[in-house]
Design a protein around this ligand. Structure first.
Ligand SMILES: Cc1ncc(COP(=O)(O)O)c(C=O)c1O
Length: 370
């Protein structure tokens, strides 16, 4: 089986992990956590980094630390991971959706203005699969309506928008370090901001709101969302190679593009927009409407030929758990619905080699009968 993802861990990971074990610093107090926070923040041109146990926790902390709460509305794409909506719903706020763009698969920034009401507090930007959201229109809207920006850059390590690092645009921004990301800590996440008070709030809340003076007396409820020094050790080693990893993913993307170009019925990822070159966090493809079956069938066909894949996100307005909460009525978002049914991604891990990419491309042709 060619796995959908396999990370590369052949740098300093083992050496730094051994340091943790030799010195006994294996929980969240330790040099590597601080190093990862500092180095990652510097890489994205942010002042503060707060390491946490995963990207979903980073989103929860970000929304809570901004003081978003009952009655507030947050605008976000329907085509995203459930973590985005659960962070909003858990503080009692209301998610308000927009559709996706057919070619970039990112949120339709031209639909945001219509969704703004007097209760809107924030726009949650989610950069999808390898290309960033077109940020300038969003920044302008946020400025004009005095809205916060939460930037979910979970998939965007090393990507830039108009030359500036993704993760550098939110009042608060988050990343994931899950094993399929450009850099990983196994499980992990990071919050970035330039606001010192906000960073301190996040630090407090990720650590059960222990107070510095009276440790076991709590003024607020927090979470244990800490990252361990072991995870951070892996992250520091990975971060040393971020440039190399992004270049490698782009090379893989180009190889897929060349091999799959011209296959009738298959929409490939955009290689670039005016503001960014794709980093192919995952190599996604979408079946044209003319193809007489949906992504699920192709996924099954590829699995039987030894190729691992994943379907695209399923839109938030079609999630049974959210429908039960009656959050989105009968709203429809045709592009996101189509992406969910027609889209999937091919093996995209950093350890994938050229021969495997060739095999995947052959299998795709075979399944599509071309
Ligand atoms: C856009 C986006 N946001 C948030 C997350 C959540 O990150 P994690 O899996 O580390 O909880 C992911 C995970 O892949 C993601 O793709």
């Amino acid at each position: 089986m060619i796995p959908v993802n396999e990370p590369m861990l052949d740098g300093n990971e083992k050496r730094y992990l051994a340091e943790c074990i030799d010195t006994g610093w294996i929980s969240s107090e330790g040099e590597f956590v601080l190093r990862l926070e500092e180095q990652f923040a510097r890489r994205v041109d942010r002042r503060y980094g707060v390491a946490v146990c995963n990207g979903s926790a980073a989103l929860e902390l970000a929304v809570a630390a901004l003081g978003i709460g009952p009655g507030d509305e947050v605008i976000l794409p329907t085509f995203t991971i459930i973590s985005c909506v659960s962070a909003i719903v858990r503080v009692g706020a209301v998610p308000v959706l927009v559709d996706s763009d057919q070619s970039t698969w990112n949120m339709r920034t031209d639909q945001i203005a219509n969704r703004i009401t007097p209760r809107t507090r924030a726009i949650m930007i989610v950069h999808i699969y390898g290309l960033p959201v077109d940020m300038y229109p969003v920044l302008e809207l946020a400025r004009r309506h005095n809205l916060l920006i939460i930037e979910d850059a979970a998939e965007m390590h090393g990507q830039t928008y108009d030359g500036r690092p993704c993760g550098g645009f939110g009042d608060i921004s988050v990343f994931s370090f899950y094993a399929n990301k450009h850099i990983t800590t196994g499980e992990g996440g990071m919050i970035l901001t330039d606001d010192e008070d906000l960073a301190n709030r996040c630090r407090l809340m990720r650590n059960l709101c222990f107070q510095p003076q009276k440790r076991f007396v709590h003024n607020d409820l927090g979470w244990n969302f800490r990252m361990s020094n072991l995870h951070a050790a892996v992250g520091v080693a990975q971060l040393e190679r971020l440039g190399e990893f992004v270049a490698r993913k782009r090379k893989m993307g180009r190889r897929y593009n060349e091999l799959l170009a011209g296959i009738a019925g298959l929409q490939l990822p955009l290689t670039r927009t005016s503001y960014a070159e794709n980093i192919y966090w995952v190599y996604g493809v979408v079946l044209d409407d003319a193809v007489p079956f949906n992504a699920e069938e192709v996924i099954r066909g590829l699995a039987s030929r030894g190729v691992g894949t994943r379907p695209f996100f399923w839109p938030m307005h079609e999630q049974p758990v959210l429908q039960k909460m009656n959050l989105f009525g009968n709203e429809q978002y045709p592009c996101a619905e189509r992406l969910a049914r027609r889209g999937f991604y091919l093996p995209s891990g950093l350890a994938l080699n050229d021969e495997q990419i060739d095999e995947v491309a052959d299998a795709v042709r075979d399944v599509l009968n071309v």
